[in-house]
Design a protein around this ligand. Structure first.
Ligand SMILES: [Fe+2]
Ligand SMILES: [Fe+2]
Length: 356
């Protein structure tokens, strides 16, 4: 894809359908039969932002460009790349075009996930024009991959509440804006998912890419998917299910029943940890441990890239952090959940809220 023009890339991406954070994640799928092993990379939350004309916020451009360059240098080469959503900051054509131009430099087949920053200006119209379907599935070397558009919300909020498309976009773009609305996958897509899963063997590893978490972490910041339980119910019959998500711009991991959850970092900036982690235990996913970082708004704090292994259908993430100690969140078959052993050992005497 290196020498392809953007138009060709977009056409290809549309046909293949597809997924994204600086963090770049490399996913390795390891099976008993070595010949089946493969890797893929994951980049997310670039938030490409137009200032005026062809001027864009340089730091966000650089975060994404760096991830693309590092991905191209990976050895062994990943089979494909996923972009996890929030390519644009305010959903503008100029932002999506500029972001797509940077992604077009990837040497790999690329799958796209829809983020709320890509969607709420024109309700995904231009994004779909350049990238294709908003939800879809594909099989790759024995694994069933599903991409969901998880950032939809109530019709009343989407269609009736706001005077202009720009206002709607701005209201949804704020992290802690009470005028926002909870994300959801929605009935139509859940019906599609149910049908899609009917043809998948219960023994097949299932990996879901979504932008929001498909679990309920903190509603005040929309680290939340309102119909998460209904989606989880559809995934329940399968032996090995992993949901990889962007949007939260931080390391999170969790286990709910048979489903492992792993967040990826952003290429743009890290979000701080919600106060709910310390204030409301009900919203704290078990074993989610904040990163030990002094300044959450340091330019490159909590950005970096990650290697992901999927062993027997379970995801292990190796976070390579630019300004923090590296972290590994690995699935522990003995406890049946993802764990960050080193970090938890180091921090077990200290309550998480002291690590903001
Ligand atoms: Fe984001
Ligand atoms: Fe987002």
């Amino acid at each position: 894809m290196k020498n392809q023009k953007r138009r060709d890339f977009l056409k290809t991406a549309g046909l293949l359908t597809a997924a994204s954070c600086l963090p770049l994640n490399l996913v390795e799928l390891a099976f008993a039969d070595d010949s089946k092993n493969f890797t893929f990379a994951y980049i997310s939350d670039a938030h490409i932002q137009q200032i005026k004309g062809n001027k864009f916020v340089r730091n966000w451009d650089r975060g994404l460009s760096r991830a693309v360059a590092e991905t191209n240098l990976l050895n062994p080469k990943p089979d494909f790349v996923v972009f996890g959503g929030d390519l644009a900051q305010l959903g503008k054509k100029a932002e999506l075009d500029h972001g797509a131009d940077i992604l077009a430099k990837l040497d790999y087949k690329t799958y796209q996930v829809m983020g709320e920053h890509d969607y709420y200006l024109d309700l995904g119209e231009y994004w779909s024009e350049i990238f294709g379907k908003q939800y879809y599935s594909f099989n790759h070397k024995g694994v069933h991959f599903i991409v969901l558009n998880s950032i939809l919300t109530f019709d009343e909020w989407t269609f009736n509440r706001w005077g202009t498309a720009e206002q709607r976009m701005n209201e949804m773009a704020g992290l802690d804006n009470p005028n926002g609305s909870p994300f959801m996958v929605g009935e139509k897509q859940r019906q599609w998912l149910k049908k899609d899963l009917e043809k998948v063997s219960k023994k097949t590893p299932v990996v879901v890419f979504s932008h929001s978490p498909i679990q309920k972490i903190y509603k005040g910041w929309n680290f939340w998917t309102d119909d998460a339980e209904e989606v989880q119910r559809l995934l329940k019959p399968f032996d090995d299910v992993t949901v990889v998500y962007g949007h939260v711009h931080q390391i999170q991991y969790n286990q709910i029943g048979n489903i492992s959850f792993n967040a990826v970092m952003a290429t743009a900036w890290p979000w701080p940890y919600p106060k709910s982690y310390s204030q409301n235990k009900a919203y704290v996913p078990k074993l989610t441990v904040p990163m030990n970082r002094a300044n959450p708004f340091h330019e490159r704090d909590a950005t970096g890239w990650q290697l992901i292994d999927i062993n027997s259908g379970r995801v292990d993430l190796r976070y390579s952090l630019t300004n923090n100690s590296n972290r590994t969140v690995a699935y522990n078959p003995l406890t049946g959940q993802p764990e960050d052993k080193d970090f938890q050992e180091k921090t077990k005497q200290v309550p998480p809220q002291e690590h903001y």
